[in-house]
Design a protein around this ligand. Structure first.
Ligand code: HXC
Length: 517
């Protein structure tokens, strides 16, 4: 017997009401302003028709403050799984049109169910955050809901990649769920994120500030590093998320989406031999090196606007997904400071979690000198880099292009920190410190007693650089695997990656290491 058409009509009506966030006029108004709804975002993320929604008919049970009769379609959050570039990905999208996307018990339960599903299915999560925060009427149950989400953020950390898109308000403790995820993408004009807003800050401290200063995408991306990517709008944020996922495995038990070229291209790249300036004090742009090294100059830079003396990001090298960590001599001579150490350490640890090989490109004169750095704890922060590299068991390939001085030489993944293969250009200088400083300390008496101290000092500096700090000295001591022509770098790194991809390394059993946080 055919199904009763009334049942079908009723189903259709119920679905349509929920799909319209309970108020079609509000949806039209929002779209009229050029803004996407929660469902528009999910639809744009996934292949057409591929989204399978979970819990569309969920309803809150709250009776406080006149909530008993209040309909909140899907309880203000769209959750489900869809296909993105051929791969399943879980997503939740908070619906600002339903009680300001606020989080109550059922809303949080839906997010938690999705996270549990993502863990079981081994798929990444992309979360659209657009919410007024804890649903005030649901009191402690809202707080508890956040707690359950945070707990799962931590449970899933290192199991499936978690990406947050901040595309509306993200206030108070709500900001901690994105902060517990792997990557945050924030839209420029429609989003803000803060623990205490300008009014609260003024009331509590008397300080006058603006949302732009404390909660904007610009502040988070360039001042404090909370956010990894800034997007022009929602569609751009989705593009960034899609690009990011294209480099990541679905979970920690599978390999990243490598697409090795059938043959390794051994051709030389002459441009590498024109990069290092004659004067070793002059900077060069490490991005030029990275673009020439990776496939199609296609490099997804992470934290592009923050701690710019170090560059981190994803690329493919002859098809193999690779995490790149590189000093940027154009910014503060490429020194490692508090923020750049934090930035690199976090990225290295992410690569290690998801089996992504790391290529490190070195031109580092040392850790950043200064009172603020010492008082700010450069020892603790710099130690994070040492810890992260030493703890990483993924393939680690290092190329020393020019300076590699002191503790920073070690911190940029030297052989002793566990690099599998270290290559050096003939321009490399590997030493305890720069030649000028070293000569002043070691040959103080010779310089003082020389007939022509200036000439003697210059000769000693040259001797130090060519003999003691030379890459051949390091190669003679097995700290460098090979000294290579710069033009061969792409071929050499590609071969090194292929040759170490099957690497297996076990460590003594322990609960976890104690990274200096
Ligand atoms: C319940 C909320 C809500 C909330 C917004 N709404 N936030 N309902 N709980 N937290 C509702 C509004 O009542 C309104 O309902 C609708 O959402 C749209 O909100 P508007 O204020 O009209 O929108 P707008 O002017 O754009 O302002 C957006 C806003 C503002 C800036 C987010 O709503 C706001 O300040 N909300 C409160 C934010 C807040 O203090 N949240 C608690 C943060 S602390 P109607 O029915 O009129 O359409 C927190 C702790 C988490 O979250 C701790 C976790 C550990």
């Amino acid at each position: 017997m055919p199904i009763d058409p009334k049942l079908l009509k009723d189903l259709e009506k119920r679905r349509n009401e929920i799909m319209a966030s309970g108020d079609a006029a509000k949806v039209a108004k929002r779209r009229g302003k050029g803004l996407m709804t929660a469902r528009d975002r999910v639809d744009a993320l996934f292949a057409p028709g591929s989204f399978q929604e979970f819990g569309m008919f969920a309803e809150h049970q709250c009776t406080n403050f006149g909530m008993a009769d209040k309909k909140l379609p899907a309880d203000g959050v769209v959750t489900g799984v869809g296909i993105m570039d051929g791969r399943p990905v879980a997503s939740f999208s908070q619906d600002f049109l339903v009680a300001g996307g606020s989080l109550g018990r059922v809303h949080s339960q839906k997010i938690c169910d999705l996270m549990d599903y993502a863990q079981r299915a081994g798929v990444p999560i992309i979360a659209f955050n657009d919410s007024g925060g804890a649903r005030i009427q649901e009191a402690v149950l809202s707080l508890s809901g956040y707690g359950q989400v945070f707990f799962r953020n931590v449970l899933l950390s290192g199991v499936v990649p978690q990406i947050a898109i901040i595309c509306g308000p993200c206030a108070g403790g709500a900001a901690y769920s994105p902060a517990l995820m792997d990557f945050l993408i924030m839209t420029k004009s429609t989003a803000n994120m803060f623990i205490c807003g300008p009014e609260v800050i003024k009331a509590a401290t008397g300080q006058v500030t603006t949302m732009e200063e404390i909660g904007s995408a610009a502040a988070h991306a360039s001042v404090n590093g909370n956010v990894h990517f800034v997007a022009n709008d929602d569609m751009h944020a989705i593009e960034i998320a899609r690009k990011l996922v294209s480099f990541l495995p679905s979970n920690n038990l599978v390999d990243p989406p490598h697409a090795p070229t059938p043959e390794i291209d051994l051709s030389e790249v002459p441009a590498f031999e024109k990069i290092i300036p004659d004067d070793s004090k002059k900077p060069f742009d490490m991005l030029e090196v990275i673009h020439a090294l990776v496939d199609n100059a296609d490099f997804l830079q992470v934290h592009q606007e923050w701690a710019k003396s170090i560059i981190v990001g994803f690329a493919r090298i002859q098809g193999l997904v690779t995490g790149i960590v590189a000093n940027q001599p154009m910014v503060r001579s490429g020194t490692l400071d508090i923020d750049s150490s934090d930035k690199a350490a976090r990225f290295i640890r992410f690569c290690n979690l998801y089996n992504i090989p790391i290529v490190t490109l070195v031109d580092v004169p040392g850790f950043m000198p200064g009172v603020a750095q010492e008082r700010g704890g450069i020892i603790r922060h710099g130690a994070k880099m040492l810890f992260a590299y030493a703890a990483a068991t993924v393939p680690k390939i290092t190329v020393i292009l020019r300076k590699a001085y002191g503790g920073a030489y070690l911190a940029m993944c030297s052989r002793d920190l566990g690099a599998d293969l270290v290559f050096a250009w003939p321009t490399a200088e590997i030493a305890v410190m720069g030649a000028e400083g070293a000569v002043k300390i070691v040959f103080r008496r010779e310089i003082k007693e020389a007939e022509n101290p200036k000439k003697t000092e210059a000769e000693l500096v040259k001797k130090y650089r060519t003999e003691f700090a030379s890459p051949y000295q390091a190669a003679a001591n097995a700290q460098v695997t090979d000294v290579i022509r710069p033009s061969r770098t792409r071929a050499v790194v590609a071969m090194a990656l292929r040759n170490t991809l099957s690497k297996r390394e076990t460590r003594p059993p322990k609960k976890h290491g104690n990274i200096p946080l």
